[in-house]
Every structure is written in C-alpha cells, then in structure tokens.
Design a protein around this ligand. Structure first.
Ligand SMILES: Nc1ncnc2c1ncn2[C@@H]1O[C@H](COP(=O)(O)OP(=O)(O)O)[C@@H](O)[C@H]1O
Ligand code: SF4
Ligand SMILES: [Mg+2]
Length: 335
C-alpha cells in the first residue's frame, strides 16, 4: 500500500467511522399508470475504509439506484448519504469534489469507452476535467495499477485493439487516475468471459490491498460476492433483507430469500435448489407485512406458522435494518 493511502486509511480506521453510510434512503420513480415505483424503500448500509462490500439481489431490486444515490447522481426523496461523516451536498462544486473520491466503474466496458479515443485519452479524461497536474504521469501510474504494463505499450491503442479484459482494465484505470477512496463497480464482470472474470476480480482485490481503496460491488451473482466481498448486503424489493460478513451471510443465512438465492449457487450450497414461487416483485406494488411473503418458502411450507409468526408475515411490516449491528435479517422468524 502506498504511504499516502496507508495514512489516509489508517486515520479513517482509527476514527471508527465508515467511509460511506446511507441511512433510511428512499428513492421513488414515476412507474406505469401514474403509480409510484419505490426503487429504494428504506435502505441503510455502510462501507468501511478499505472494505469490500457486495450488494446482491435479483434484477430490479434497486442495486443500481443505490449505487447512483451514493454517487450523488440520484437525489433521494428522504434519507441521507454521508461520506466521512459529512452529509452529501448536491451543489455542482461539492459534487465535483466528491466525484474525485468516489468513482463508478460500469458493467459494459465496450459501452463505457469511446471507440475513437485512445487508451491515453480515455484515462486522461478524469484528470483533465478535474484539472489535475502531471496528467501523463497520472495516466501511466493508473494504467500500471490496473495491470496494463508497461503503460506506454497500451497508451496509444484503441478499444477495438484490446481484449474484453483489457478494456475493463482501461475503465478501471480511468477511475484510478483520480485516486478515489471508493470505487463502485456495477456488475463489473457480467459481460466478460468466465476466464477473464477471475482476473478482473483479483485485480479489484489487489487494488484494495495495495491502495487501501474501498469497493462497493453491485452484482446479481452470489458466487462473485463470495469470491471477493468482506461483507454482503442482500436486497429485495428496495430494502436490505439481510446483511453481515460474507462468512455469516453465506454460511449461516437467516433470511429465506438469502437461502433461496444461495441454493442455486452450487459452489456454495449443495442443497436442493429452492424455486421461488409467485410473481417477480414489482416496486409499484410492495406487499403488506413482510414484502417477501407472497414468495416465501418458509411461509408456504408452514414453518412460519409453526413458529407462530404467519400472521405477522402477512400483516406486520418489518423495521429498516440498521447499517451497523453485525449479522441481521429483516424476518419475523429472526427477531
Ligand atoms: N430512472 C428510472 N425511472 C423509472 N424507474 C426506474 C428508474 N431507474 C430504476 N427504476 C426502477 O426502479 C427499480 C430498481 O431498479 P434498479 O435500481 O436498476 O435495480 P437493479 O440494479 O437491482 O436491477 C426497477 O423497478 C426499475 O424499473
Ligand atoms: S417474515 Fe415471514 S414471510 Fe417474511 S421472510 Fe420471514 S418467514 Fe418469510
Ligand atoms: Mg442494475
């Protein structure tokens, strides 16, 4: 880890304060037929300094909206985002400063690179926008950190001359050129071949180890979370339904939804796959009681009734899980 990064990370760790914390975040969009879509419906979570947190859940559960809210690209209707303990301000100058520290890496490296821009131009864009000194030094360092070595061999190439894995590295170098403290990676490897995935995941791990950068990895793939994350946040229909260390969540899952997700990942769970019944969730129609109840295997099997909580499952809403507090689940079976 570089001396500068070590000092910054150590100071943050000593303060005991998370790098990013969101509290009871709510984001609404106009849905079909004038209905309101509750994309985020009370989300609290945090990312510590030098920590890798994975946000997992099915498509449409609000992962990208959470990532965009943390970046300040979506303004929540209520709740707050704090960075180093300070509430995010949405003024243009404050956001610009903030975006040096929190960088987004997108899921489709082909789509996020301009085919007419050389690798150098792609990576230099951030330092130019932020008018940083020593542009060429920064670009060379970022390319090297992203594993494109020696940097001069890659700087003058164009995206079509690179492999998918190399293009993803260019996108990551573009983020690194600004020395961010947090990188948010939205489905970072979903468009890559299996052989390249492992390579990019080890690069992300290496960046955390060597630069002390924090990572928020958004993915629908629990296997990926298992390979990279220190902590896992499971989302369902705009809420966090379970969170804890990777070990706790994947080896001792509490929430029936987490169990169902896990059951279809053979490298983690050897049990019979659980097929979730019912319609796919719709943020315009969030069920009463526990929002997962129409699809919950524990309710359908009678396990919730045997524990005396079936009425609560269909009628009593669950509180928003706090960002801190270890392994927790929003389920009446696990008070
Ligand atoms: N800009 C938007 N306008 C309207 N609805 C949106 C917008 N962005 C997301 N949504 C809706 O919010 C919900 C959550 O979406 P998203 O955050 O993209 O989920 P995920 O990344 O987990 O697939 C979805 O129902 C989606 O249709
Ligand atoms: S609260 Fe009830 S319906 Fe919801 S996940 Fe727990 S057991 Fe299932
Ligand atoms: Mg998404």
């Amino acid at each position: 880890m570089s001396t500068l990064a070590t000092a910054a990370t150590a100071a943050e760790e000593r303060s005991g304060q998370p790098l990013v914390e969101v509290s009871d975040l709510r984001v609404r969009f106009r849905g079909y037929a004038g209905r309101e879509a509750r994309a985020l419906d009370g989300v609290s979570m945090s990312v510590g300094s030098g920590e890798i947190v994975a946000v997992v859940g099915e498509s449409g559960c609000g992962k990208t909206t959470l990532a965009r809210s943390i970046l300040g690209l979506v303004r929540p209707s209520s709740g707050v985002v704090r960075f180093r303990g300070e509430e995010l301000s949405y003024g243009a100058r404050a956001l610009r400063r903030y975006r040096r520290e929190v960088q987004l890496v997108l899921q489709d490296p082909t789509g996020s690179l301009n085919p007419r821009h050389s690798v150098y131009e792609a990576v230099a864009e951030g330092p130019r926008v932020h008018r940083l000194k020593d542009e060429s030094g920064r670009v060379a360092r970022a390319l090297s950190q992203a594993g494109l070595r020696p940097p001069e061999r890659f700087a003058l190439r164009y995206p079509h001359e690179l492999s998918g894995g190399q293009r993803q590295r260019v996108v990551i170098a573009g983020a690194l050129a600004l020395d961010p403290r947090l990188i948010i990676a939205d489905e970072p490897v979903s468009s890559l071949d299996a052989s390249v995935r492992g390579e990019i995941l080890s690069l992300l791990l290496q960046l955390r180890d060597e630069l002390g950068v924090s990572l928020l990895v958004v993915t629908h793939d629990l296997g990926l979370a298992w390979n990279i994350a220190d902590r896992i946040v499971v989302m369902y229909l705009g809420r966090v339904v379970e969170q804890g260390t990777t070990e706790e969540v994947l080896h001792r899952p509490k929430h029936p939804y987490t169990r169902a997700l896990l059951s279809v990942v053979p490298e983690i769970d050897q049990r019979e796959p659980v097929v979730l019944a019912g319609e796919t969730p719709d943020p315009c129609r969030v069920p009463a009681g526990c929002r997962f109840h129409p699809r919950c295997p524990a309710l359908a099997s009678g396990a919730a009734a045997a524990a005396g909580v079936a009425d609560d499952c269909v009628g009593t809403p669950l509180a928003v899980l706090p960002a801190a507090g270890g392994h927790s689940a929003a389920c009446h079976l696990h008070p």
